[in-house]
Design a protein around this ligand. Structure first.
Ligand code: PMP
Length: 286
């Protein structure tokens, strides 16, 4: 069966799933999106993702042409049409078709697109042994330019950071912000453990407020682990006992090497292991 894609209320075959070359999503990266997961037929924290999508849209003055509850329904409808229970879901809202000029006020209707597919994760051995990453030279967008809080269709900054990672022979890169403080990775948030306490950069440091990040913070607090949202430097990463990344696609993945330096013992640490386990319980995988 051909994959069905939701476009503006219709479910169309993958081959027919097309938008105009005059859509400002293509011309200018003018639009917003979400990456979501479903586990055993239940969409993981769907309300948090939908809320962030509408917040991102509001931040760029884009009106999503449907109510949040209808979007919720459309996501489930797309999963059902594709017979998917464990899936990655991409929700995209583009500014819509316009002229070649920048003005969003000259565009017609925004388009809502929902793509569901099988998820591609990191190889299982990386979850057991940890990921090697770098701190790259591409900095996170300044919050007063295109704020990292907005999950916009313009991900070029992250693409450039990803290129640095891949060229260095690793899969992820940590970006510092305009003040030289730790921000986040190209598609994941960053945590470190030091003396049993968990640290992660605050949203004000110029990051996307990850849904997984918030779930992990809550689950750590539920396990009586102290969590502090605190500015971190390169030094803090190098001297951490443990480090891990969180994101919808990656879930919780340990990091054991940064810039060629071994983090902690070089093995997945106890706090990380506990949080990986707790996250697995939330998704029903453990
Ligand atoms: N930071 C960036 C830049 C991201 O694109 C993402 C999502 N892929 C995240 C962090 C993690 O957010 P979430 O846990 O909501 O997927």
């Amino acid at each position: 069966m051909d994959l069905k894609v939701y476009i503006d209320g219709a479910l169309v075959d993958k081959q027919q799933a097309k938008i105009s070359v005059f859509d400002h999503g293509l011309l200018y990266g003018d639009g917003v999106f979400e990456g979501i997961r479903s586990y055993q037929g239940k969409v993981f924290h769907i309300d948090a993702h939908i809320r962030r999508l509408y917040d991102s849209a509001r931040a760029i003055r884009l009106e999503i042409p449907m109510a949040p509850k209808d979007l919720n329904e459309a996501i489930y409808q797309t999963l059902t049409a594709n017979n998917l229970t464990d899936a990655y879901i991409r929700v995209i809202v583009t500014r819509g078709v316009g002229h070649l000029g920048l003005s969003p006020y000259k565009t017609a209707n925004p388009s809502v697109i929902i793509i569901t597919d099988q998820i591609e994760l990191y190889p299982p051995e990386l979850y057991e042994n940890g990921l090697e990453i770098i701190i790259c030279s591409t900095i996170r967008n300044h919050p007063n330019a295109l704020s990292p809080r907005i999950k916009s269709l313009n991900y070029l900054n992250d693409v450039l950071a990803k290129v640095e990672a891949l060229d260095a022979g690793v899969l992820e890169a940590i970006m510092l912000n305009h003040n030289g403080l730790v921000a986040e990775c190209t598609g994941d948030n960053v945590f470190i453990v030091r003396d049993g306490r968990l640290f992660t950069p605050p949203t004000a440091s110029g990051i996307l407020e990850g849904v997984t990040r918030n779930v992990v913070i809550q689950s750590a607090r539920d396990s009586d682990i102290v969590v502090l949202e605190k500015n971190l430097t390169r030094y803090d990463l190098y001297c951490a006992d443990e480090c891990f990344l969180t994101g919808t696609a990656a879930e919780v993945i340990p990091v054991t090497k940064i810039d060629g330096r071994v983090i902690g013992t070089g093995k997945v640490g106890p706090v990380t292991a506990r949080l990986v386990q707790a996250f697995g319980e939330l998704t029903g995988k453990q």
